[in-house]
Design a protein around this ligand. Structure first.
Ligand code: UDX
Ligand code: ADP
Length: 467
């Protein structure tokens, strides 16, 4: 294999879709096929109307418009596409196990294993298999065992770990201007060759010195560690937000002051209602599980605390709404602005909003949700998945609206749960007029101007600041 000319990516999700779109754009000489077993998802990727793509990411539809049908293809023909490709990316979901050993902590590798078995079954020529999904350390070894023991004789497989560091909402920019690309592989001559072939792909748009080659396990572990460190910063600042609320300090001032220390840095220090997303919690739980399984209880406990703090922050926010509204929200209309786990994405996995809505529904509040990108079915599906109450009850007590201003009519409180920019542009005077007085705002993202809103008449709680 001199150069890669054909790539197959298994999994057309939040990672596979944007990553392959960018590879296709930057490597016009490579045919990139993204396959998925989910026909509906593939149909959406192939939809003529680019507003119907299954994933919303700024800049994505423009790239898809440019490359789709040229050198980027979306298909359900998994086997054919694997057989044809020289390099196969595994980009399927790896949820936390909900049963058996490691329940609630370990990653469920069912989908990854199925992919490996599928590759072994259909491969007739040598393949470089790249793990892109976030996986626990030593998964590459498991993939290799499956491929080497079930694959066709004479077919050689090289396994690489190439973890994804893109953040949703900025995926395209993160891919185009990656801080670094990590490629882990074996140190044998064929392993080195495989690493170099993948490096060459990225070198079509990134400087060589940003591409780091390591051994497989360092690469796998680095992904978990990067996410754990980022999440730890948020939990650290969130823990301080509670202290700020109890004293007269202001979390924004504290963040700014410590962030100016170049050793600390200013990013990921925004106090919030709690972090969400498909990675942080899952990766930390993975780290906790791995550490424990190697007998490193202290290491495991240390990282578990990041999750405990995040759960506390979500609970604290919901409790604060309830206690501020005179300890009863029963029958009170509470509007949630934002359901996505962060702005500029339609992804809701582990979003704090799900927890807040659930806590308010438990108190028999009448909850109204508005999110500019998340569809109604998704919001109900998230709630139903908690199994707290029946589907009928969820639909009876929580309404999803398309008009954010109308939502506030006769509401007792508004809670900001996602930092969508449009919330800052609302006519808050008009919203105030429509609400029951005293009208409350609970800003879980600190995006609104507290003084201005208090000037209108709102009673306002901004996370990490005394009233
Ligand atoms: C994260 C990592 O950033 C990315 O490198 C990795 O590949 C996947 O996981 P993502 O989960 O998409 O990306 O989004 P991120 O921007 O990291 O935000 C995660 C959560 O933390 C969001 O809920 C966000 O609102 C929250 N957050 C982030 C804060 O509460 N405060 C901050 O200062 C930053
Ligand atoms: P991520 O955020 O990691 O990209 P997603 O859940 O958005 O996760 O996407 C993963 C995709 O992988 C889903 O669309 C799912 O249908 C697909 N998938 C899972 N297992 C397989 C498989 N064995 N073959 C093909 N596609 C798969």
């Amino acid at each position: 294999m001199k150069k890669i000319s054909s790539i197959c990516c298994i999994g057309a999700g939040y990672v596979g879709g944007p990553t392959m779109s960018v590879i296709a754009k930057k490597c016009p000489h490579i045919k990139v096929t993204v396959v998925d077993i989910n026909q509906k998802r593939i149909d959406a990727w192939n939809d003529d109307n680019l507003d119907n793509l299954p994933i919303y990411e700024p800049g994505l539809k423009e790239i898809v418009a440019e490359t789709r049908g040229v050198n980027l293809f979306f298909s359900t023909k998994v086997d054919e596409s694997i057989a044809e490709a020289e390099m196969v990316f595994i980009s399927v979901n790896t949820p936390t196990k909900t049963f058996g050993k490691g329940k609630g902590q370990a990653a469920d590798l069912k989908y990854v294993e199925l992919c490996a078995r599928n590759i072994a079954k259909v491969a007739k020529t040598d393949k470089i298999v790249v793990e892109k999904s976030t996986l626990p350390v030593r998964t590459a070894q498991a993939i290799k065992n499956i491929l080497d023991n079930t694959g066709n004789e004479g077919v050689n497989f090289e396994i690489l770990s190439n973890p994804e560091f893109l953040a949703e909402g900025t995926a395209i920019q993160d891919l185009l201007h990656a801080d670094r690309v990590l490629i882990g592989g074996e140190e044998s001559p064929s392993g080195q060759k495989a690493k170099d072939l993948l490096s060459e792909i990225y070198q079509n748009w990134l400087p060589k010195d940003r591409i780091l080659q390591t051994n497989v396990w360092s690469s796998e572990l680095s992904k978990l560690v990067a996410n754990a460190f980022l999440a730890q910063r948020i939990s650290s600042i969130n823990s301080m937000s509670a202290l700020c609320e109890a004293t007269n300090a202001n979390i924004a001032e504290v963040s700014r002051a410590i962030g100016m220390d170049s050793r600390i840095g200013s990013k990921f220090l925004n106090a919030s209602v709690g972090f969400g997303g498909s990675c942080f919690q899952k990766d930390i739980l993975n780290l906790v599980y791995i550490s424990k399984s190697y007998g490193l209880q202290e290491v495991s406990d240390y990282w578990e605390q990041v999750i405990i703090m995040n759960d506390y922050q979500k609970r604290r926010f919901a409790d604060n709404i309830i206690s501020t509204l005179y300890n009863t929200v029963s029958g009170k209309k509470i509007v949630l602005y934002g359901w996505a786990f962060k702005k500029d994405t339609n992804d809701t996995r582990e979003s704090a909003a799900i927890y807040i809505a659930d806590a308010l529904l438990n108190e028999q509040a009448e909850v109204v949700v508005y999110d500019p990108k998340v569809p109604e079915e998704k919001i109900y599906a998230d709630l139903d998945a908690l199994n707290t109450r029946s589907e009928e009850e969820n639909r009876k007590n929580l309404t999803v609206v398309k008009n954010p201003l109308e939502a506030s009519k006769n509401a007792h409180a508004v809670a900001i749960l996602t930092e969508w920019d449009e919330f800052k542009t609302y006519d808050w005077k008009e919203i105030y007029q429509q609400m029951i007085k005293p009208a409350f705002i609970f800003d879980g993202r600190r995006i609104l101007d507290k003084q201005e809103l208090q000037g209108i008449g709102f009673k306002m709680y901004s996370i990490g600041e005394m009233d």
